[in-house]
Design a protein around this ligand. Structure first.
Ligand SMILES: Cc1cc2nc3c(=O)[nH]c(=O)nc-3n(C[C@H](O)[C@H](O)[C@H](O)COP(=O)(O)OP(=O)(O)OC[C@H]3O[C@@H](n4cnc5c(N)ncnc54)[C@H](O)[C@@H]3O)c2cc1C
Length: 278
């Protein structure tokens, strides 16, 4: 149908980004192709060390899934998106396809090994999530192509992650967010991935923080260097959510707290991570 209808057609998933844009007349498609009638598009499976999410899987389904809970940072993300109404409708595939600079999923998925599976009239293909998100509201999807699945590799033993966002209230996007995924061997950090959300046009990987931490015990000094690297990597805009300087300070603090939770989870502790409200 997408190929037949051309540029004037838009896919409808949960409608939690598209419908508000249509109400504001920022989007005005002549046709909506409703994915909700396509069977087999919503599922959560574990398959040979990988968690597979059908594109139409709702945030709320991921929040309550024991299988998804095997990667705790996914639960942090799903449980913190907006309010229950939005989580009951919004989908992981729709979030990635929207590529909103303030969206939560891409930031979290940037810290994991993630393939986005796409399907179109030219067949199927797989692209890494970091290659999928091209720019604000811009993805690698071709005309007539859609996201069919998001495949997340389960991190190795000794891994832990955490996602924290700072928000003014539940039904708004975060002011800033930080995702941290670590692999620990005793007190030494074997591997680290850190991504910042809402402080750039796309999620920002903080490579300098990751290299400071890799191969080191996570002493106060190392964590302070990671925070500094996060503040430097952020590229925020001043807006109604806060000044650029405020957001820079905020991401440093979020990274510190997320590292703390990630380390404890890597040790096997059950730690609840919830978004922080102003
Ligand atoms: C009040 C409110 C607060 C919100 N707060 C947050 C928040 O804090 N954090 C956050 O991350 N999000 C937030 N959202 C957005 C929400 O997470 C959306 O669910 C999500 O951004 C889009 O998913 P959807 O399934 O609703 O997509 P839709 O709105 O149906 O579609 C979004 C776009 O993606 C395209 N699309 C949808 N599915 C596919 C697919 N499978 N393949 C290709 N293209 C596709 C559509 O054509 C459209 O262009 C909020 C939304 C609202 C209304």
């Amino acid at each position: 149908m997408l190929a037949e209808l051309g540029d004037d057609a838009k896919l409808l998933a949960g409608g939690q980004s598209l419908i508000p844009l249509m109400k504001l007349r920022f989007a005005n498609p002549s046709h909506l192709v409703d994915l909700n009638f396509v069977s087999g598009t919503s599922y959560i499976n574990e398959d040979n060390g990988t968690l597979r999410f059908g594109a139409l899987t709702r945030h709320a389904e991921i929040e309550s899934s024991a299988v998804a809970g095997k990667i705790p940072i996914l639960h942090d993300c799903a449980a913190g998106i907006a309010d229950v109404q939005v989580r009951n409708r919004g989908t992981i595939g729709g979030s990635l396809a929207e590529a909103d600079p303030s969206g939560d999923w891409a930031t979290v998925l940037f810290t994991l090994a993630v393939d986005v599976r796409c399907i179109g009239t030219n067949g199927k293909r797989t692209v890494s999530v970091s290659d999928f998100i091209k720019d604000a509201y811009t993805t690698d999807l071709a005309q007539g192509e859609l996201v069919s699945e998001v495949a997340v590799k389960i991190p190795p033993k000794g891994s832990g992650g955490a996602y924290l966002a700072f928000k003014r209230s539940a039904p708004v996007y975060p002011t800033a967010s930080a995702a941290v995924q670590l692999t620990m061997s005793g007190d030494v950090c074997q591997d680290a991935a850190i991504a910042l959300g809402c402080v750039g046009l796309i999620p920002i990987r903080v490579k300098d923080a990751e290299s400071v931490m890799r191969g080191q015990p996570l002493s106060e000094k190392t964590i302070a260097s990671a925070m500094e690297a996060a503040r430097n990597a952020a590229d925020p805009q001043s807006d109604m959510r806060g000044s650029a300087e405020y957001k820079r300070t905020l991401v440093g603090a979020l990274v510190k707290r997320a590292i703390d939770i990630a380390v404890r989870r890597a040790r096997g502790e059950q730690v609840e991570a919830t978004h922080i409200y102003a």
